[in-house]
Design a protein around this ligand. Sequence first.
Ligand SMILES: CC(C)(COP(=O)(O)OP(=O)(O)OC[C@H]1O[C@@H](n2cnc3c(N)ncnc32)[C@H](O)[C@@H]1OP(=O)(O)O)[C@@H](O)C(=O)NCCC(=O)NCCS
Length: 151
Amino acid sequence: MELRMIEVGSTDYQSELALRYRYLRAPLGLSWSDTDLSEEPGQCHFGLFHDDTLIGCVVGRPVSQEQVHIRQMVVVPSHQQRGFGRDLLIWAEEQLIARGYASCFLNARVEAIGFYEKCGYTTIGERFIEVTIPHQRMFKQLADLPRAGST
Ligand SMILES: CC(C)(COP(=O)(O)OP(=O)(O)OC[C@H]1O[C@@H](n2cnc3c(N)ncnc32)[C@H](O)[C@@H]1OP(=O)(O)O)[C@@H](O)C(=O)NCCC(=O)NCCS
């Protein structure tokens, strides 16, 4: 298995979009709009590869200098429940910490709440509907924020 960043516009990015479409969008009867993808060049794309084939991905969308919105997390069904999702997410968090981000949040599909809890996320607030299905906001502190006045 190999973990690596994906550059928007690359062949790997086309694979990422295909994976996300197949397993996250199409099952809900959703397609892409230009708006969905227009901000993606400014986001961090993380891929998990097996024999150079993409089998999982997750995207980090910076919302401030300290915080990232984690989105579009998926592992192909044939490779689920083997620890790869956690490996991918923890590695992505390490990359974000190295870039100076201190916390992240995500909107979890309710079926995936247990997975994110295993990865150290806690639920915040009430469930809500997004892309037609119930979701739960979850949060994780990645690193301590520098204290004001500290050197
Ligand atoms: C959610 C998803 C990314 C998890 O990936 P995965 O590779 O199967 O997860 P892992 O094998 O790394 O699981 C890590 C731990 O979480 C648990 N876990 C995995 N999926 C879970 C789920 N849906 N509910 C509860 N626990 C789950 C595993 O049993 C494992 O627990 P352990 O530490 O006791 O062994 C994957 O199931 C997936 O792609 N689902 C479909 C798309 C989706 O729902 N994405 C999330 C959108 S918010």
